[in-house]
Ligand binder design. Structure first.
Ligand SMILES: O=C(O)CCC(=O)C(=O)O
Ligand SMILES: [Fe+2]
Length: 255
């Protein structure tokens, strides 16, 4: 008998993969387009998901074990009060990417709805060669009084599994809104705070701070915004009535 018994090795219990409903119905890809809300920083795709699909997802996501984040964050983290569920699910990330119009819009394969960029300008916009979405999927539910205080999103290093797997880093945040005032959700807008331009040479006066950019919730709309070093300060405003549901991932480029 050894004097000191080793503690038993306990394998971390992975959360079971949710049985995600299929991503249908969807609009025709030819009816969807990227919209620049703020040059090089904020881009939306209205109706990436249909309201029928969003409705089916809200009732499905409601069955997942969401946990409420603590009101008091770790030092340096933003105050974030919502209920969330987080899972590494490369197959779902792949569905969200290739099984919707997102991939072809971002890569410019869908010329009509794309931004009409040269390959070089496209790589500059997205921060490299886009290879897919972050397998780390986060589900947020905000009920009345919940919000996500002002913060910047940092990038992450991730691996997109496959053969071969792809080492990647995240460059843009993806938020997919499942609810809006049309479903009874009031408030909860995502708000961005642009910084004033640096003062021009020979100009004594500081440039004025531009007004905040308020992105209203729209059922099925995807929002992409640049993160990491050039992330804009942003927040999820307090929800005043109803529920706000969001699916969060990130755009990834090859490392
Ligand atoms: O829910 C929102 O509107 C913002 C979420 C956000 O900023 C984040 O996930 O980092
Ligand atoms: Fe954020």
């Amino acid at each position: 008998m050894p004097k000191h018994k080793r503690p038993p090795v306990v394998a971390p219990v992975a959360a079971p993969r949710p049985n995600w409903p299929p991503l249908t119905p969807l609009l025709l890809e030819s009816d969807l387009a990227l919209h620049q809300v703020w040059p090089d920083q904020i881009i939306t795709v209205p109706s990436l998901w249909t309201s029928t699909l969003c409705k089916a997802y809200v009732s499905f996501l409601n069955s997942l074990p969401l946990t409420t984040t603590p009101g008091k964050p770790k030092k340096g983290d933003a105050v974030r009060v919502n209920d969330r569920f987080q899972i590494d699910d490369p197959a779902f990330a792949e569905q969200l990417w290739s099984g919707t119009a997102l991939k072809n819009l971002v890569l410019g394969t869908n010329e009509e709805g794309g931004l009409g960029l040269t390959p070089k300008a496209q790589a500059k916009l997205w921060g490299g060669e886009v290879v897919g979405l972050n397998p780390n999927i986060r589900i947020y539910r905000y009920t009345k009084g919940q919000f996500f205080d002002q913060h910047y999103d940092d990038f992450n290093n991730v691996t997109i599994p496959g053969s071969p797997s792809i080492p990647a880093k995240t460059t843009w945040t993806l938020l997919l809104y499942l609810t809006s005032p049309a479903t009874g959700c009031e408030g909860g807008e995502t708000v961005f705070y642009p910084e004033p331009d640096l003062p021009k040479k020979g100009k004594a006066k500081k440039e004025e701070t531009p007004p905040p950019i308020v992105v209203d919730l729209e059922v099925g709309m995807a929002l992409l915004h640049r993160h990491g070093a050039d992330c804009m300060l942003h927040e999820g405003r307090e929800v005043l009535a109803g529920e706000k549901w969001v699916i969060r991932s990130d755009l990834c480029v090859r490392k």
